[in-house]
Design a protein around this ligand. Sequence first.
Ligand SMILES: [Zn+2]
Length: 186
Amino acid sequence: MKVAIDPGHGMGNAEAGVFDPGATRKTGGETFAEADIVLRYGLTLKKVFEDRGVEVFMTRTSSADSAPVGRRATRAATAGCTHFISLHLNSDGGTQANGLEVEFRDDTKDKPLADKVQRKLLAVTGFKDHGNDKRTNLAVLKFKPGPAVLIELGFITNDGDRNFLLKGENRDAICKAIFDVVTGSV
Ligand SMILES: [Zn+2]
């Protein structure tokens, strides 16, 4: 097993040399960016896997790493990955929409893992079930060697979701839960 961890957005995501912050939310004099928050999740998740002896490939490890969205899945496949986990935050024009969503592409290859991740993370976060979505148009889900899922951890635009996700102890619990599901320990 070798797990690709893909913190969404970042440098060169859509356009070479241009930083893509993903969804942002400005509140209380602070601007929160999806790219920064999911990078923290990605680095924590990397540590959780590696501390337990599972090899990891990161599509990016900083805000400066160039990670074109169209090349992430193929880079992970070339690196020998067997699983692909993409981390994102959802957003909405308003501040009320909230909840957790897991996206997948293939009913056979991806959906079983998407279902398990969804169930486990709903239990850990207490978030609203925002559903499992089949998405055939997302480049990162075109990862071929094994299951690929894109986790929308919560809504950056919702204060409850965002504040929960920003807490270090919740990040640790979520990353441990993802590890448990991906490695089949639950
Ligand atoms: Zn995103």
